[in-house]
Design a protein around this ligand. Structure first.
Ligand code: PEP
Length: 256
């Protein structure tokens, strides 16, 4: 049985006040959740503040990106070692916003995957197709390619204790989620694709859905057998929405 995972990706949003207030609410309301792993990914600048605010909480920390180097003359970057040092557990890599606005390639993302594994951090590998690729019926091909690029550099063992987030680009921040049936079909394809390399890794890997998840569509998505939680963007900035999405995952995916 897979334990669901819900991560809030705050993107470029936050302030010391907001971090304090939002985490206080999440901390109070989510402390009894045992059936769902929970993480928040504030901007790097606020990770240490968030870590302090999360003492005695079951909410863990995620970072939104990492550099491929561990130290040295790389102005502005943050290393996996530093993220680990301040208590980060998960690191989102390959988000479409980084692929698009920072020209991140699959090769670079594979290097990020590798450095995270070397430091014992958990990569959350975002994959997914554009609207045009979706219209052209290329969704499966795009997802398979993005996974294969990692497998070209690393063995299937790298996917042990890693997370995949299927995030169709056309569904991110658009209020137009993939339908539960569409998402389930892609998640099943991704799991089967991994299973060709190693069925045990495939059975265990957490595949989150991301793309306009909200309080209204969460339950319909989470009842799908291959959707193991969510990477939540916009709605993770609203305490009541994020709390409700986590509660929904916890109830629907209850592990007996
Ligand atoms: C995301 O950025 O990872 C995301 C899924 O955003 P949203 O939930 O706002 O679509």
């Amino acid at each position: 049985m897979r334990h669901p995972l819900v991560i809030g990706n705050w993107k470029l949003n936050g302030s010391t006040k907001m971090v304090k207030e939002l985490i206080e609410k999440l901390h109070n309301e989510l402390n009894n959740i045992i059936n769902c792993n929970i993480a928040i990914a504030p901007p790097t600048l606020y990770l240490s503040q968030a870590k302090k605010a999360l003492i005695n909480s079951n909410i863990t920390l995620a970072a939104q990106d990492v550099d491929i180097n561990l130290f040295g003359a790389f102005t502005g970057d943050n290393s996996a070692e530093m993220l680990k040092d301040i208590g980060v557990k998960y690191v989102i890599i390959g988000h479409s916003e980084r692929r698009i606005y920072h020209n991140e390639t699959d090769e670079l993302i594979a290097q990020k995957f590798s450095i995270l594994k070397s430091q014992g951090l958990i990569p959350v590998l975002c994959i997914g197709e554009s609207k045009e690729e979706n219209n052209a019926g290329k969704t499966e091909q795009v997802c398979a390619n993005q996974i294969d690029k990692i497998l070209h550099y690393l063995s299937i063992d790298a996917f042990k204790n890693s997370v995949i987030a299927y995030e169709p680009i056309w569904a991110i921040g658009t209020y137009k989620s993939a339908t539960p049936t569409q998402a389930q079909s892609v998640h099943k394809f991704i799991r089967n694709h991994i299973a060709k390399q190693d069925p045990i890794v495939a059975e265990k890997i957490i595949i989150q859905y991301g793309g306009s998840v909200n309080v209204n569509n969460a339950s319909k998505l989470f009842v799908q057998p291959d959707i193991d939680g969510a990477l939540v963007g916009g709605e993770s900035l609203k305490a009541h929405s994020f709390i409700s999405i986590v509660n929904t995952a916890s109830i629907i995916k209850k592990v007996y």
